[in-house]
Design a protein around this ligand. Structure first.
Ligand SMILES: NC(=O)c1ccc[n+]([C@@H]2O[C@H](COP(=O)([O-])OP(=O)(O)OC[C@H]3O[C@@H](n4cnc5c(N)ncnc54)[C@H](O)[C@@H]3O)[C@@H](O)[C@H]2O)c1
Length: 346
């Protein structure tokens, strides 16, 4: 099996499926197409999108990069024509996750890669999980930070900073956070971006997030939530013992985008996020005799975080029988439940 190429199909050739692969500022590969084409063990043989213009551009691109580039206007057409699929990637808008993910699972590939969030809500997500179980098809969810080398480093540093005292995770943007009317298509940041924030906190700390106390809820003139802070007390973690306090904060009225997590230990601190990877340890203070201060450490960061190629490598490693899935469906469904508990209190 070592030299076998995994036959892969892509459903959804939009931003994350394809177009972000052209963003010059992002670390590349930044889309499924570019990450799949880059992996030597993947054969990207077909794509599908309901937007035929996009599909044509996709076809031209992948053909020029050695792919067969078969294209279809719907998932059902694709699965009728392409058999023995190893990996089906579902990268359509969240309102179509349930339908397209179930269609993909029922085609019985060896693995489904599903974009985050799993679905519009945990009820739909459970339908996907039931279908996956019935058909014995594993599903992984692209919560990309789980594959990111900077976060892997942060995970190692969690062992160096003493006992965890406090975790603050914050996402600031100008996007609306939540109002009930957006539940039908999932176009709100609590779901869209909140899933990343909650997922990486749970991943790093190994804790569940339950029974939040939600404060600082700010709504704009249209009653759309624009700020909140969800506090969790004494979160149990097998790895790190009880974490006394975790705060998940979101702003949807910032004129900038920031994603950051600060983990304060008894002997150090980790600051990690988009464009941030700083690590601190206690050292004898330069300011006061007999005191210790936190000092930023010189740490060699990986040249590339490989957040996207690492995800594809995990899929390949899983099919090779060499790696467990780092972002299994079950974990992503837990993330949805955390978001829903917050939502009830907004
Ligand atoms: N992991 C990440 O960081 C990340 C980043 C961006 C988007 N996403 C997620 O990826 C998904 C897609 O987002 P996007 O920004 O690429 O959206 P997009 O609108 O740019 O692309 C979605 C594509 O899917 C196609 N599509 C929709 N329904 C379809 C169907 N039933 N069959 C075939 N094609 C269909 C659309 O025509 C479109 O081309 C969303 O779930 C989003 O949350 C994840």
């Amino acid at each position: 099996m070592e030299n076998k190429k995994y036959k892969t199909v892509l459903i959804g050739t939009g931003r994350i499926g394809f177009l972000l692969g052209f963003d010059k500022k992002r670390e590349q590969p930044a889309s499924h197409t570019m990450a799949l084409l880059k992996n030597k063990k993947i054969e990207l043989c077909a794509g599908c999108d309901t937007d035929l213009e996009r599909l044509k551009i996709w076809q031209k691109y992948v053909k020029s990069h050695g792919s067969e580039g078969l294209v279809f206007e719907s998932g059902s057409e694709l699965y009728k024509n392409i058999k023995k699929i190893d990996i089906a990637v579902v990268a359509v808008n969240e309102s179509a996750h349930l339908e397209e993910c179930i269609r993909a699972i029922e085609a019985r590939p060896r693995l489904v890669i599903l974009e985050k969030p799993v679905a519009l809500n945990s009820f739909e997500a459970q339908k996907i999980a039931d279908c996956a179980e019935k058909n014995k098809v594993p599903v992984m969810v692209n919560h990309e930070r789980r594959f990111d080398k900077n976060y892997a480093l942060a995970m190692q540093w969690m062992e160096k900073i003493g006992e965890i005292q406090k975790v603050e995770a914050e996402l600031d943007s100008g996007l609306r956070i939540y109002a009930k009317e957006f539940e039908k298509d999932g176009t709100y940041s609590l779901l869209h971006d909140g899933t990343h924030l909650v997922d990486i906190v749970r991943f790093l700390c190994g804790t569940e997030l339950e029974k939040p106390v939600v404060t600082g809820v700010f709504k704009d003139e249209k009653k759309i939530v624009r700020n909140f802070c969800a506090h969790y007390n004494f979160c149990k973690s097998e790895k790190f013992g009880d974490v006394p306090e975790i705060c998940i904060k979101m702003s949807g009225r910032s004129k900038f985008f920031e994603f950051r997590i600060e983990i304060l230990g008894t002997e150090g601190k980790i600051c990690i996020g988009n464009g941030i990877a700083d690590f601190y340890l206690r050292k004898q203070s330069k300011l006061y005799t007999g005191f210790y201060s936190l000092e930023k450490q010189k740490v060699r960061l990986p040249k590339k975080t490989q957040y996207f190629s690492g995800m594809v490598e995990n899929a390949v490693g899983f099919l090779d029988g060499k790696m467990p899935l780092l972002s299994p469906l079950k974990e992503a469904i837990e993330d949805l439940k955390v978001l829903e508990e917050i939502k009830e209190k907004l």
